[in-house]
Design a protein around this ligand. Structure first.
Ligand SMILES: *Cc1c(COP(=O)(O)O)cnc(C)c1O
Length: 416
C-alpha cells in the first residue's frame, strides 16, 4: 500500500506516525491517505485523457465528507445510489452536473430531489422505474436525462455477492430487451435518452469481462443510432479490483487500453464509476489488542475492532493484511490465530487461521486495505459507537468524523 510504510520502526501514513495518532484519537480508527486518494483518481484521468470522460467516484465505497471533498476538489464527480448519497455529494461540493444516480430501487422522493438538483444522468434499471421517472419529471415540467443500465450477461469472475452483470442478477435490463426498452424510453416526454450504462461487479481482477461487456454495450449504441436514438455517453461502471493480498488487478492504464478501442468507435463521453480502486488502498483500520486467549484447540487474538467496524471478512470471507504498528513485532515468531472482535457472534472475526507474528496485549495493529466498504458498511451492532475517521495530509491529520458517543447512539430514541 503506497503511503503506508514503516519509518524508524513505526508504521506511518504519509508522514504521520500511526501509533501516535492512535494514542491521540483512540481506537478503533480509520485512517485515510489524501495522497493515495488523489493518486488513484489521477491514474484514471491519465488513463482516459484522450477521450472526453468524467470519473464519477462511487460514493458508497466510502462516503465520508472529508474524502468526498478531497476528490471533488480534484475534479471528481459522483456515482450515487440513494438520496442520502446525493445529499452527501452536494454537501461535499461535487457539482450536480457530475452526479450520476444508479440503483434498482430509487423512490419518487429521491428521483424528485435529484431532478431538482439537475444531476447529469439517471441510470434506470427497469421499465417500471422509467415510467415513474417520466411521471415525476413531467409533474416538475422537466426532462430527466437517462441512461438504461443494461445487463450484459457476462461473468465477472468475482465473489457472487458482488457480481452484478449476470442474467440472474437483480440489476439492469436484460440485454435482449434493451432495444425495445430504449424505444419505449425515447417515446416518453419526461425523459431525454442520453446514455447507456453497465456495471458488472466489484473487485474485478481481470478487465476482459468488462471489455466484453463494453463491446456489447457499444454494439447496442450502434443499433440505437440506426434507430435515431442518439446516445452520447457510455457509463462503463466501476468494479476495478485492488490488491488485498496477492491479487494482480489491471492498472487503470491497462484497463483503459482494453476498453478504449470499442468506446472510440462510437465517439462518446466515457463515464467511470470507480469506488474500491479509488479508496480501498488509501485506508487502514487501527485497532488495539485487548486480550490473548488460548482455548487449547485454538488461539485467539481479541482486538477492539469488530465486524460492526469492518464486516468484509464476515460477509465476503475477505482478506485484510494485519500488521503491527511497531515494526519490531514483525520479527516475532509466527503463530496461527483467529483475530476476533468483542461482538457476541461467532461470525465476528477479522481473520481466521491466520499465520501472524505474535502480538501482545495492548499492541496496536493495522488492518490494511480497509478504505473501501469499511466504515461505509459499519453499524452500531452491540451498541458500539462507530470508529473515528481521520484523513492524513503529509505530516498533518484531520479528524473527518469524530468517534460516536453513547449519546449519539440513543439520539432519536425514546423511553416509555
Ligand atoms: C458499487 C458500485 C460501483 C463501484 O464499485 P467498485 O467495485 O467499488 O468500483 C459502481 N457502480 C455501481 C452502479 C455500483 O453499484
Amino acid at each position: 500500500m503506497a503511503h503506508f510504510d514503516y519509518r524508524d520502526g513505526h508504521l506511518c501514513c504519509e508522514q504521520v506516525d500511526l501509533g501516535k495518532l492512535a494514542a491521540e484519537v483512540g481506537t478503533p480508527a480509520y485512517v485515510y491517505s489524501k495522497a493515495a486518494l488523489l493518486e488513484s483518481l489521477a491514474a484514471y484521468d491519465r488513463a482516459f485523457r484522450d477521450v472526453p470522460h468524467v470519473v464519477c467516484y462511487s460514493v458508497k465505497a466510502n462516503s465520508n465528507l472529508g474524502v468526498l471533498s478531497v476528490l471533488a476538489k480534484a475534479g471528481a464527480g459522483a456515482d450515487i445510489v440513494s438520496g442520502g448519497e446525493l445529499f452527501r455529494a452536494l454537501r461535499a461540493g461535487v457539482p450536480a452536473k457530475k452526479i450520476i444516480f444508479s440503483g434498482v430501487g430509487k423512490s419518487r422522493d429521491e428521483l424528485r430531489d435529484a431532478l431538482k438538483a439537475e444531476i447529469l444522468m439517471f441510470n434506470v434499471e427497469s421499465r417500471s422505474e422509467l415510467r415513474v421517472l417520466d411521471e415525476v419529471a413531467r409533474e416538475m415540467g422537466v426532462r430527466a436525462p437517462v441512461a438504461l443500465r443494461v445487463n450484459p450477461d457476462v461473468d465477472p469472475q468475482t465473489h457472487p455477492y458482488i457480481a452484478t452483470g449476470l442474467k440472474t442478477s437483480k440489476f439492469g435490463i436484460p440485454y435482449a430487451d434493451a432495444l425495445q426498452v430504449y424505444e419505449e424510453a425515447a417515446a416518453l416526454k419526461g425523459l431525454s435518452v442520453i446514455g447507456a450504462d453497465m456495471h458488472i461487479g466489484s473487485q474485478l481482477t481481470k478487465a476482459t469481462p468488462v471489455a466484453d461487456a463494453v463491446a456489447r454495450v457499444v454494439g447496442l449504441v450502434k443499433s440505437l443510432r440506426e434507430r435515431r436514438i442518439e446516445v452520447r455517453m457510455i457509463d462503463v461502471g466501476g468494479g476495478l479490483g485492488i490488491r488485498y493480498r496477492d491479487e494482480t488487478p489491471p492498472t487503470q492504464e491497462q484497463y483503459a487500453m482494453l476498453l478504449l478501442p470499442a468506446l472510440r468507435e462510437v465517439g462518446v463521453t466515457v463515464l467511470l464509476e470507480p469506488g474500491r480502486s479509488i479508496v480501498g488502498n488509501a485506508g487502514a483500520l487501527l485497532s488495539r489488542v485487548l486480550y490473548r486467549k488460548d482455548t487449547g484447540t485454538k488461539k485467539f487474538v481479541v482486538i477492539d475492532a469488530a465486524m460492526n467496524d469492518l464486516i468484509r471478512p464476515s460477509l465476503y470471507d475477505a482478506h485484510h493484511d494485519i500488521v503491527p504498528l511497531d515494526e519490531r513485532r514483525r520479527a516475532a515468531p509466527t503463530e496461527k490465530v483467529d483475530v476476533v472482535g468483542p461482538i457476541c457472534e461467532s461470525g465476528d472475526f477479522l481473520a481466521k487461521d491466520r499465520e501472524l507474528p505474535k502480538v501482545e496485549e495492548d499492541d496496536l495493529v493495522a488492518l490494511m486495505s480497509a478504505g473501501a466498504y469499511g466504515f461505509a458498511m459499519a453499524s452500531n451492532y452491540n451498541t458500539r459507537p462507530r470508529a473515528a475517521e481521520v484523513l492524513v495530509d503529509g505530516s498533518r491529520y484531520t479528524i473527518v468524523r469524530r468517534r460516536e458517543t453513547y449519546e449519539d447512539l440513543v439520539a432519536g430514541e425514546t423511553t416509555l
